[in-house]
Design a protein around this ligand. Structure first.
Ligand SMILES: [Zn+2]
Length: 286
């Protein structure tokens, strides 16, 4: 594997300033396999006032989020974690409760390596065809299993099959405080179209603020990832978790500026900074 010489720390870290040029890097020749993702100072939990639903975020920065659904899988998820670690990429995992219960050690590893864990129900039902009581128990059991495995409480959920509606989103937001996360790029990897097709679709679909869907229970999806990661890094994309993306949108900072958590706190403490609490607040146009 290409990882032989790149035990993640051996590779010179790419500083934020080299990757952050929002536009310029896209036109340069790709140097696949030699770039690692820079660390981000953005908070890993959603900010106050996070919206009820996101399928992408509005930003002028070259950032996106990779999301992986339906795990943890005993073989494929650890393989994926290795690939992510080699590149210092942080992803978001929408976990199914039943599998959390079966593989708690993988949940711990996901979190220990800096990724985000989110709630994808206990049995993966379509939320639009079950009762509110059942919806509540699907998320509650999963939240409890994640807590039991890793003492972590998720902040986001994804509806299985993307099947949801405004009423359900509001219900889950009220009950659990979860923002509902769908996606803006879907390679349909669960149909198993082939490794190269999955890679091509993700690379072609990538855009600023994208939330990209994939499933870490399918071996061909994992096989597609080195090419996806390395190509997008070479194009100048920076990978964030979904909650980090949400923070980026919320901050409504000028292009190219990433605020540290400390700076953000100061901003919030300032008397003028009365942020609208409603979930619909859009980033101000400067
Ligand atoms: Zn799913």
């Amino acid at each position: 594997m290409a990882s032989s010489q790149s035990g993640c720390t051996a590779v010179a870290p790419v500083t934020a300033s080299t990757v952050q040029t929002p536009e310029g890097t896209a036109e340069k020749p790709l140097t696949v396999g030699s770039i690692t993702n820079p660390d981000s100072p953005l908070p890993k939990v959603p900010p106050p006032g996070a919206k009820i639903r996101y399928n992408s975020v509005h930003t002028d920065q070259m950032v996106l989020a990779m999301t992986f659904d339906d795990g943890p899988h005993p073989v494929n998820t650890p393989k994926l974690l290795d690939l992510l670690k080699e590149r210092n990429i942080k992803a978001t995992f929408f976990l199914v409760g039943e599998r959390v219960k079966m593989h708690p050690e993988i949940v711990r590893r996901i979190l220990a390596e800096g990724h985000e864990v989110a709630n994808h129900t206990w049995t993966h039902p379509s939320l639009v065809s079950i009762s509110d009581e059942k919806i509540r128990s699907e998320f509650q059991r999963t939240a409890d299993a994640i807590w039991e495995a890793a003492q972590y409480r998720p902040h986001l959920m994804r509806p299985p099959f993307g099947a949801t509606n405004k009423r359900i989103e509001q219900f889950v937001f009220n009950e659990f405080g979860y923002s509902s996360i769908t996606w803006s790029v879907d390679p349909n990897d669960w149909r198993r179209p082939g490794v190269q097709v999955v890679a091509n679709r993700l690379i072609a679909g990538a855009h600023k603020g994208a939330i990209m869907l994939s499933h870490d229970i399918h071996a061909p999806t994992i096989e597609a990832m080195p090419q996806v990661f390395d190509t997008l890094l070479a194009k100048g994309y920076k990978f964030l978790t979904v909650s980090q993306l949400i923070n980026l949108e919320q901050q409504s900072t000028p292009v190219g500026v990433i605020m540290t958590p400390e700076a953000e706190k100061e901003k919030e403490a300032a008397p003028k900074a009365s942020k609208p609490k409603s979930g619909n607040s859009k980033a101000r146009k400067a």
